[in-house]
Design a protein around this ligand. Structure first.
Ligand code: CA
Length: 228
């Protein structure tokens, strides 16, 4: 049974998640503060952790720092709408994804599924090609097809699309993408270059680039390749 650890001090929200997840056959373990959460995360074989960033005894971000290197579990952080910097920090320090309050049942379940899928696919990471909806990417031959028509991407566009598709469903931060593509000396103003590259990539793969169906912008955070 898949084990989900809820680290959340809000009683109502915790109950909502417990009822929902139990009905989906997840085993739910609950912690009401950071200390209890850390102890449980480090002592039980947990699959996914839902971590509230606003905890009474400790900042949720410190929780990530304390547990990430010791555990394999997926971590999904829950935060307020205006906390973009916290989300970015969490993602860059080992969280897999985030949910913005208020979120609905479907969003929570979708994030958990993505997190579990990425846990299980890290073992067989060397895929040769991927087809998601109408986009087919061949990593070996460096080819991309949209509805069976080949599209020509620049090396950087190809690199970005590869990263997004391999991590489909998951948000990738600007910082993560910049690091992967331009290396650790990437500068903050390279975010502008990333935006331009993304606009070009969308023009090539999206039928209506202004209303993208594949590569969604997570405002202030990064990009996500949607698979459904
Ligand atoms: Ca809270």
């Amino acid at each position: 049974m898949t084990k989900v650890l809820l680290i959340e001090d809000d009683h109502t929200l915790r109950s909502f998640m417990r009822v929902l997840l139990t009905a989906q056959n997840y085993e739910v373990i609950e912690a009401t503060d950071a200390k209890q959460g850390i102890t449980l995360a480090l002592s039980l074989p947990i699959d996914v952790i839902i971590l509230d960033l606003g905890l009474p005894d400790m900042d949720g971000l410190s929780v990530i720092e304390q547990i990430r290197e010791h555990i394999q579990s997926g971590i999904i952080v829950v935060s307020a709408r205006d906390k973009e910097n916290d989300k970015i920090f969490a993602l860059d320090h080992g969280a897999d994804d985030y949910l913005t309050k208020p979120f609905n049942a479907q969003e929570l379940l979708a994030r958990i599924r993505v997190s579990l899928r990425h846990r299980s696919t890290t073992i067989t990471e060397s895929v040769e090609s991927l087809k998601i909806r109408d986009i087919h990417i061949d990593f070996d031959k460096h080819l991309v097809f949209v509805l069976n028509n080949e599209v020509h991407l620049s090396p950087i566009e190809f690199e970005i699309l590869s990263l997004l598709m391999k991590n489909h469903g998951k948000v990738l931060t600007h910082h993560f993408l910049l690091n992967k593509i331009w290396g650790s000396q990437a500068l903050e103003n390279d975010v502008q270059t990333l935006r331009v590259t993304m606009a070009n990539l969308r023009r090539k793969i999206e039928s209506t680039p202004a209303i993208p169906e594949y590569i969604l912008t997570e405002i202030g955070v990064g990009y996500r390749f949607v698979d459904s």
